[in-house]
Design a protein around this ligand. Structure first.
Ligand SMILES: Nc1ncnc2c1ncn2[C@@H]1O[C@H](COP(=O)(O)OP(=O)(O)OP(=O)(O)O)[C@@H](O)[C@H]1O
Ligand SMILES: [Mg+2]
Length: 260
């Protein structure tokens, strides 16, 4: 087991606003983390730092053994697979599905003058096939449904065979069937010991894939609770994170939460 992420005393400020405060967090290669917390709690900011897209204002962050601020982040970013709304927004409208996946090899969105080899194309197609998207390889990304886009984005995130996979709200905008399909795909990735460490942000305990191991709850930039999943996700910690009484129920390995 190797440590893939380490946050020590991390603060992030925007102007005078503290966005993240006193973050101490460590992720190991075998772990799968879910991050929960209200809107504006700092979840996306945390994943932006964890994927080497942002630097902390204070404290030290180590990503895959490299200390941010003392390393080439372009190289580091290709070792971290990321899906997020911000990244999806940067994909050019007319980009084909295959190119959306393949361009991850260079850490870019939008094909330009990079040289791709047959092996890149084959890998992209294999990943698209694994997510049931092989029939869509030549379609323009913008013509896809939300569920199809999500699957292509995860295929893209896996293109570089990353050591860390970060998914920021991967199920947002999916219908019930799409969500359940995505959950099954994520469960499959999570249960495979060869898979990278995973960090997934979600708003819903219903969307925690089985085989996830750890959880981190954020509120107003601070950690409310972090650790092994079943000790961390409780009615008490959720009530504290969301500042209201929350009743949590578990049934056959899945959770539901509502106001108590
Ligand atoms: N560039 C910025 N300048 C100023 N404030 C920012 C900036 N980026 C984020 N923030 C603020 O930081 C806080 C945390 O934002 P972040 O996007 O990390 O929250 P989040 O937990 O991902 O929320 P959501 O659940 O809505 O996605 C928010 O209050 C947001 O307005
Ligand atoms: Mg967010």
């Amino acid at each position: 087991m190797t440590e893939v992420l380490n946050f020590a005393g991390v603060q992030l400020r925007r102007g005078d606003n503290p966005i993240l405060r006193d973050i101490d967090w460590s992720v190991d290669s075998s772990q799968r983390w879910v991050i929960l917390g209200p809107n504006g709690a700092g979840k996306t900011t945390l994943t932006n730092i964890a994927s080497a897209r942002m630097h902390p204002s204070e404290g030290q962050v180590t990503v895959l053994g490299e200390v941010l601020g003392h390393t080439d982040t372009h190289d580091l970013r290709t070792r971290v697979g990321l899906t997020s709304a911000a990244l999806a927004d940067r994909i050019p409208d007319d980009e084909t599905v295959r190119d959306v996946v393949m361009t991850a090899a260079y850490g870019v969105t939008g094909r330009w003058r990079e040289e791709y080899e047959q092996i890149d194309e084959t890998r992209a197609d294999d990943l698209l096939a694994a997510f049931g998207m092989l029939d869509f390889t030549n379609r323009a990304f913008w013509t896809l449904s939300e569920g199809e886009r999500k699957r292509v984005q995860i295929a893209r995130a896996l293109m570089t065979d990353p050591e860390l996979l970060i998914l920021d709200e991967p199920a947002a905008g999916l219908d019930l069937g799409g969500r359940e399909e995505l959950l099954a795909a994520l469960t499959e990735i999570a249960s495979d010991r060869r898979s990278p460490a995973m960090v997934m942000v979600t708003h819903h305990v219903e969307e925690i894939p089985q085989d996830f191991t750890h959880a981190l709850l954020l509120r107003e930039g601070r950690i409310v609770a972090a650790g092994p999943l079943h000790q961390t996700i409780t009615s008490a910690t959720l009530s504290e994170a969301y500042n209201m009484p929350v009743a949590l129920h578990a049934h056959q390995g899945r959770w539901t939460a509502r106001k108590a």
